[in-house]
Write a protein that binds this ligand. Structure first.
Ligand code: 2P0
Length: 325
């Protein structure tokens, strides 16, 4: 059994370099969230005719899961381990809504990578686990690590340099993230489909790629200097740049709802009265507000008052993915 925490990107990934290897076209930087996590158990069994995936007690498709399990079976074969020839039962639970822009694929595939490697008897290091998780979902490569993590886009044709690593331990700079949930349903367009459409149709895609390295360098410097205003401003800017790319995709990717926009204005109003708070939004309608731990309760109250916000949860920065037994 393994637990991996969700993460929220401050400098975001959107677009693939190689679809088969699931390597990203741009690097990204995220914080791992302690309040949102996935628990996953993997059991390799003889006599099982196919892999099975059970999420919150319901049977789900196994395509992406089996892809990651196949890589684990390949490693196991090279080590002469019995899991090489066995199918597996994967059971998983999230402590938050699945598929609604709260990065369940990030925590889910990171938990799967750690649980499957452990169940197969493999001792993989963080980089190897990150690459394994990436094959399931690009953002999952970052959830292998706690605190602040950076995903490298890499250049190698085999994807061997497209992995994440920890930039800074969570204890070195405690921050809070208030997660404002505006919708519990699943999002309409999944990220993989959406990013491929952006690449194919948006006139802004080239600008998105060209400006990524500058944002990554600025964010690394903000983290190095513990400069919260710089981190926050850059997070909002990069988020709005991503959503400009999404909005100019054909057909348009409009992930926001009315409450999403109202929450963005509420964050700006908080700043106008002296509370340093900054929003970021992924491929979904939820708003994550970056703030200092001492302001988290104020920010939570402000978010809970926004019409259409169902719930506002405070999260600190989370730990690395780990085995629970
Ligand atoms: C991110 N997102 O950096 C960006 C910001 C959403 C918006 O990574 O195709 O589910 O499985 O690699 O990781 C969501 O995309 O995509 C994502 P795949 P993933 O967090």
């Amino acid at each position: 059994m393994a637990r991996a925490h969700s993460n929220i990107a401050l400098v975001k990934y959107w677009g693939k370099r190689d679809a088969a290897l699931n390597t990203p076209a741009v690097g990204s930087i995220s914080v791992t969230l302690d309040a949102l996590y996935t628990d996953t158990r993997v059991t390799f069994l003889s006599g099982l005719v196919a892999d099975e995936f059970w999420l919150a007690g319901c049977r789900n498709p196994v395509t992406r899961i089996s892809h990651v399990l196949d890589l684990v079976r390949g490693h196991a074969a090279s080590m002469g381990l019995p899991a090489a020839g066995l199918n597996a039962i994967v059971t998983s639970t999230n402590n938050f809504p699945t598929g609604a822009g709260l990065a369940s694929s990030a925590s889910g595939f990171a938990a799967l990578a750690v649980a499957a490697a452990g169940a197969a008897g493999l001792a993989l290091n963080g980089r190897e686990l990150s690459i394994l998780a990436r094959h399931g979902s690009g953002s999952a490569a970052r959830s292998i690590f706690g605190g602040f993590a950076e995903m490298h886009a890499g250049t190698a044709v085999d994807g061997s340099d497209a992995y994440a690593e920890e930039l800074l331990d969570r204890g070195a700079w405690p921050l809070a993230v208030v997660v404002a949930i505006t919708e519990h349903g699943e999002k309409s367009i999944n990220s993989t489909v959406g990013m491929n459409e952006s690449k194919a149709t948006s006139p802004f895609y080239g600008a998105w790629l060209d400006s990524a390295d500058d944002d990554l360098a600025d964010m690394r410097a903000a983290i190095r200097d513990r400069d919260f205003a710089r981190l926050g401003e850059l997070s909002e800017y990069n988020c709005l740049k991503l959503h400009s790319l999404m909005l100019t995709t054909r057909p348009a990717l409009i992930y926001w709802n009315a409450a999403t926009v109202a929450a963005m204005h509420a964050v700006q109003a908080l700043r106008a009265r002296g509370v340093p708070a900054y929003f970021t939004i992924d491929a979904g309608p939820q708003v994550k507000v970056l703030c200092l731990p001492g302001d988290a309760a104020t920010v939570q109250r402000a978010m809970a008052l926004v019409p259409g916000v169902h719930e506002a949860r405070i999260s600190g920065l989370g730990p690395a993915a780990h085995r629970l037994e």
